[in-house]
Design a protein around this ligand. Sequence first.
Ligand SMILES: *Cc1c(COP(=O)(O)O)cnc(C)c1O
Length: 377
Amino acid sequence: MRRKTKLIHGGIFGDPHTGAVSVPIYQVSTYKQEAVGKFNGFEYSRTGNPTRHALEELIKELENGEAGFAFGSGMAAITAVVMLFNSGDHIVLTDDVYGGTYRVMTKVLNRFGIESTFVDSSDLTKVEAAIQPNTKAIFIETPTNPLLKITDIEAASQLAKKHSLLTIVDNTFSTPYWQNPITQGADIVLHSATKYLGGHSDVVAGLVVVNSKKLAEDLHFVQNSTGGVLGPQDSWLLMRGIKTLGIRMEETEENTKKLVDFLQDHSSVEKVFYPGLETHPNHEIAKRQAGGFGGMISFDVGSAEKADQLLSKLKYFTLAESLGAVESLISVPARMTHASIPVERRAELGITEGLVRISVGLEDVEDLIEDLQQALA
Ligand SMILES: *Cc1c(COP(=O)(O)O)cnc(C)c1O
């Protein structure tokens, strides 16, 4: 099956009982047992629900893994994955991971004895140097947010194997349409499905795919024990969103390239961050490991005041956190998505006050360019 076909025919197609071409929403908590302990596949919806199961089968196939899991948010998915580890274990993470990942590792999971070190994973010598005797995993996000740094997934996975560590990849920005970390050696891939997979700013969800039966058993145990599952309505909405992921990602790619060209040539823009630029330090790796560069662009307008001026004049870019939706979104990472990261750390990372991030939507690109042009003028 080719990629766009898989988005539509992957997982479980429709409903075998009625012929409905869309998987029904099984709005149910429990299931009748034929005799004590004799179930017809499902027993209780925290453990398993047919609509959620269809979504979990779909994401498993899209990421070429062994099993898929759906959670109530990206953060619930990340937390469940980290709960595979024990008190005293250590994880090495990409330094500019999603702000919420940084927060849960340093303010919540640290209280349960899970240790973490954050390094620039686009330089694997730094990752290797951070490995300790109690390290159990490397957690990378690529491309990152908001500076769009790239980590070589295959090389990171090889490094992890050499030290008997798991490789975990947050694949939210690329989506399985452009990038399949498990195929490149990763053990666990996860998504904030709130973003491109849902694609319409109408659902909060998280997905995880693992590459082995052992990890599948362990993660199902955590999912069922801690209970952060996705409900049937939201599972259905996600499947609907995923059907059009291919055309959305293709169109987003086209729009993004044109916007990057425009921003690169604009005198009020000091710097543009986008992995598709040949001047991007890891452009070659991005090109090799992903089929597309994605729809995220960051650019520096020089100061917080200039960023505010720009925001106040835009018509089609909605000021909002989040990304990956049909509508173009704009944000100022230092005061929004990355506000939970301490000031000194933001400075270290290069997340300046004038840095603006856009998530390119599916509007006519001419309208988007004209809008930016008048706002930057
Ligand atoms: C949004 C996001 C998350 C968190 O997902 P939620 O669905 O908001 O809980 C994790 N990782 C990345 C890269 C994200 O963009």
